[in-house]
Every structure is written in structure tokens, then in C-alpha cells.
Ligand binder design. Sequence first.
Ligand code: NDP
Length: 385
Amino acid sequence: MFGATGSIGQNTIDLIRRAPDDYNVVALTGAGNIAQLISDAKALRADIAVTADPARLAELRDGLAGTGIEAAAGEAALIEAAARPADWIMSAIVGAAGLAPGLEALKHGTTLALANKESLVTAGPLLMREAKRLGATVLPVDSEHSAVFQGLIGEDIAAVERIIITASGGAFRDHPLSALDTVSLAEASSHPNWDMGQRITIDSASMFNKAMELIETKEFFGVRANQIETIIHPESLIHALVGFNDGALMAHVGPPDMRHAIGFALHWPARKHLPVARLDLAAIGQLNFRAPEHARYPALAIAATVMQAGGLSGAVFNAAKEQALDYFIEGRCGFTDMARAVERVLDLMLSREGLENATITLDNVQAADAMARALTCEDLDKKRA
Ligand code: NDP
């Protein structure tokens, strides 16, 4: 399980701990939260625990001393863990760092439960092509994509007219537009409906998360960009809808609890009991929808540019977004500066790097990623100077 110490990882462990005899845990990985990694590795009797941070190896090793559980650290150790045969792998590292372990895991024809949306945004064609070539299965864990996947069971993708991805609208859906420049990190880090990691929560407020999900939809389901729509649905109970050529819309409705999508991927193709709340529709009373305001969410237009351009533009978009997010978290740029910087870097690299026609390989993705991060720093530093 990659990213075991994070929000998705902990929800996955919650499900596994309810039926410990059903699972034999091979590897757990984390980064900075060594105490959690040690405690889960012991509780689940994992074969190996890996931290992404080599500086924390001694601490991990000490914590696991005498247990027989191996300890390892660094990028190469993550890849080595991914190469260990396992028939189900959770990919829940946050950010572009999740791509390489996921690609490695595909090599043993496993089932890859993919929460790491950055893998599809940065290298969707590569990941899906490799999965097919190697006989591996990729299952979506993002709630919207799990919802679409479930809506397509038994259906012909050729009969799909459109896919509608819902969005809560994030922390600032009703915030005055003119005050978005000055929102604080704490305000951006609070989600109205979902309890998630900090980075994805801020990405929900800016809708960078939704922008990524639109790209993810195109890559995972192989539909065209103009078949994908977004709608604001403040209750976050309908996760996505699939529209068919006879006009029917199939909606997936469920509580905002990631254990739903994780559990679906864990038990697929079976459905098993999951410890999530059952919706009382009469108590809910009504569901609301509204069109997203493009001035509030410039990330949506950026997603359209990326889907149109293809190639390495997703890798550039994601890296610029991750770098701008680091700046925002560190207090080095404002909330609305993030989208402006991402747009400028993407435009710049599209105009001079021939991103559209580039072949997507891990090396190319990593090179585009590094260049986009450097340009984003330059852009945001210039703005501060
Ligand atoms: P968190 O920030 O809560 O957890 C991230 C995990 O990745 C942690 O285990 C963290 O370790 C580890 N990690 C951080 N940096 C690195 C790195 N450089 N190399 C290796 N591991 C690293 O994130 P979430 O669980 O919220 O999200 C995980 C992924 O799932 C993201 O791609 C996100 O977009 C996606 N997702 C999340 C949803 C949610 O509800 N949270 C919903 C749908 C998708 P540590 O904590 O020890 O530092």
C-alpha cells in the first residue's frame, strides 16, 4: 500500500483491519509520519515498511527492531517495494511521486487501485497502455471515477454521450470573488463536505482538483474532452453521472466517505458490506446543482487547454500546480496567484517546447515536470520581487 499514512491510506487500513485474516500485507509506505507507519506495519504484520525520506530511515528501523519487518527508505526502495508481487496495490501517494511506483507495480499484472490521480494527469496514456500490455487492471479510487466506473458496468462505452463530474465547489464556493486574493491557508484547508489530506483540500477550493479529475476522466475512460461536464453540487452526494445516447442519466449516490470507493476497488468485482452511512433521502430532502462560475474557477479552463493539447501538457500542468501549491502553503504566494502562475507556465511551455507531440515516457514526464517546477518558481518569485 503506497501512501499508507495518508488520508486514503488510513481509510484503506480501516477497511483491512476489519477483516485482518483476509489480507496478507506485503508493503506499507509513507514519508514523514514514521510513528503511523511503524504502528500500522506492526498491526498489519507487513513484510516491509518504506519511508520516502532517507533521513528518517534510522527512526523507522529503530521502531521496527525485533519485529522481523524490513525497513527501507528513498525512491529506489519505493520502486523495489512496488516490484514485490501482490495481487492488489493501493496507489495513494500524493503528487507526481506516485507515478513511478504505480508503473512498476503494473509489471506483475496486479490490480492497481488508483487514488493517485496525478498518475493519470501526468502520464495517462502511458499508464493505461502499460496496464493493457502487461495484463494489469487499474481501478479508479477517486469517488467520481469510481462512480462513473460503476455506472458503466454492463454498458457499452460507445453508447455514452457525456460524463458529468460533480464538484462541491470547495471552501470558497460562496466567498466574494473580490476577496479570493486574500484568503488564508487555514480557510483554504477546510472542506465543506469531505475530510481529506491538506493538499487535495486546497486543490478543491481552487478547483485544481476538479481540473485534474476532468483530465483523469478523459484518460481513464477514453472519452473526448467535449463529452465531459462539471456541475456544482454542494451536498456532494451524487459523485458523478453517466449520460447515454437514449437520454438516460445514471447517477451514483452515496455519502461523502472515501471508504465507499476504496471498498469497491478492494472487493471488486464483488460487492461486500461496507461500514459507510446509509443515506436517508427523506431527511436530505433536496439536492442542489448549479453551473460553475469560470471567473471563480480558472482551473477549469486550464484543464480544457490540457485536454486539447495532450502530450506532456498534463505533466507540466500538474508540476506547475504542485509547485504553486507549495508556495501557497509556505505563505509565498496568494491563493489566486496559483492559477495565474500555472496558466503562464503552461502557455510558455506549450509555445516553445512542443509538448503536444512529445512521446510520454517516464523520463520525458520527469523532465517536463522538473522544467515546469523551475519555471513556476521563477514566475512566482518574480511576482514577489
Ligand atoms: P495525504 O497527504 O493525506 O497522504 C499522502 C501520502 O503520500 C502519505 O502517506 C504521505 O506520507 C505520502 N507521501 C507524501 N509525499 C511523498 C513522496 N514524495 N513520496 C512518497 N510518498 C509521499 O493525501 P491523500 O490521502 O489525501 O491523497 C492521496 C492521493 O489520493 C492523492 O493523489 C489525492 O489526489 C488522491 N485522492 C485523495 C482523496 C481523499 O479523500 N483524500 C480522494 C480522491 C483522490 P506521510 O503522511 O507519512 O508524510
